[in-house]
Ligand binder design. Structure first.
Ligand SMILES: Cc1ncc(C[n+]2csc(CCOP(=O)(O)OP(=O)(O)O)c2C)c(N)n1
Ligand SMILES: [Mg+2]
Length: 367
């Protein structure tokens, strides 16, 4: 279910203060009158059976890929940090299905494998990057958190919380400057939503009417801190209000609701109306990273979300309702397991980068 933000209050009329009056106070505002255009309330996307199957395939690919990555990490084949996207699959799949690969830009934080898979990037080169191999998409030098594909206009993969919001705003500036019709999508977390640079970016983006969709993936936790413990305004879709950026809150566990919101957001931004903010309510099933024992929440809490709102189970039921058979779904699952197994074999069999690679890609271009 997608829900629109409450309408913007009208700007109160200015009035000269009476002499010796106490400090001027704003006249009461009407919360019901909007003084500017707002996007329409999104509706759930009406997908064809083929589209639903494709969303299902992509979400399942992300889930099985991430499970495999977790296993390889446990075996010591993946080093450094590794943040899994399990539970959040509907967000990247629903949103990016509304973008044009190669025309629009995507940028995200360190929890980035799912976004790459949702953009059609080859699982083999992602897994090879995770295991630090020369065939990896960043030549094995970026690892889990720093993957790029300029060809897809996928700009990372960033470890500094919130940095991708400013960088994404720069990408949107480029789209506008070049007049190429593209839009930027910048993902960030509920924790990152409290970063100062996010608000500097909001200000510039609205002032210059940049074509950017700011996406808050509210998975309820920033490392071990729950959103309610860290955020004075925990309705994060409202965070753009003081910059006049409209916000929409979306059920991030329902891929069709996500796609519906994406349609609205993309139409708004492509029409030159400036930025828009989407808050996707979602949940991560695993720890913050592979090294997090997740003691700050109970197993029951996680299980309750899985049982009630799992995005894949949810869509599976809808597919069954439109006549997709169990055999078809089993075959799809088998195909995905093969793709993931092949990606893992490819990664394990690929050589590590030559030592000389340490000296390449340090600077790009001249200055
Ligand atoms: C500037 C900065 N501060 C702190 C950190 C350490 N850190 C890494 S992830 C994280 C939590 C971010 O949580 P959230 O934005 O909700 O994203 P999620 O991990 O839930 O996807 C923190 C504080 C960092 N990497 N960068
Ligand atoms: Mg979070």
């Amino acid at each position: 279910m997608a829900k629109a933000a409450s309408p913007r209050a009208a700007t109160p009329a200015r009035k000269a203060p009476a002499r010796k009056a106490p400090a001027a106070q704003a006249a009461p505002t009407s919360a019901t009158v909007s003084n500017r255009e707002r996007p329409a309330d999104p509706t759930r996307y009406e997908a064809s059976k083929a589209e639903m199957l494709e969303f299902y395939r992509q979400m399942l690919l992300i889930r099985r890929f991430e499970e495999k990555a977790g296993q390889l990490y446990g075996l010591g084949l993946i080093g450094g940090f590794c943040h899994l996207y399990i539970g959040q699959e509907a967000v990247a799949v629903g949103l990016q299905s509304a973008l044009e690969v190669g025309k629009d830009s995507v940028i995200t934080g360190y929890r980035d494998h799912g976004h790459m898979l949702a953009y059609g990037i080859d699982p083999k080169v992602i897994m090879a990057e995770l295991t630090g191999r020369a065939a990896g998409i960043s030549k094995g030098k970026g690892g889990s958190m720093h993957m790029f594909s300029v060809e897809h206009r996928f700009y990372g993969g960033h470890g500094i919380v919130g940095a991708q919001v400013s960088l994404g705003t720069g990408l949107a500036f480029k789209h506008k400057y070049a007049g190429d019709g593209g839009v930027a999508m910048a993902y960030f977390g509920d924790g990152a939503a409290n970063q100062g640079q996010v608000y500097e970016s909001f200000n510039m983006a609205e002032l210059w009417k940049l074509p950017i969709i700011f996406v808050i993936e509210n998975n309820q936790y920033a490392m071990g801190t729950s959103v309610n413990r860290a955020s004075s305004e925990d309705q994060l879709y409202r965070r753009g209000e003081s910059f006049r950026i409209p916000g929409i809150q979306v059920d991030g566990m329902d891929v069709l609701a996500v796609r519906g919101a994406a349609e609205e957001a993309v139409a708004w931004v492509r029409a030159g109306k400036g930025p828009i903010l989407l808050e996707l309510k979602t949940y991560r099933y695993r720890g913050h990273s592979m090294s997090d024992p997740a003691k700050y929440r109970s197993r029951d809490e996680v299980q309750a979300v899985r049982d009630k709102s799992d995005p894949i189970d949810h869509l599976k039921k809808e597919l069954e309702a439109v006549g997709v058979t169990e055999d078809e779904l089993k075959k799809l699952e088998k195909d995905i397991r093969t793709i993931v197994a092949e990606a893992a074999d490819f990664a394990e069999e690929s050589p590590e980068p030559e030592a000389g690679e340490l000296y390449t890609d340090v600077l790009v271009g001249s200055y």
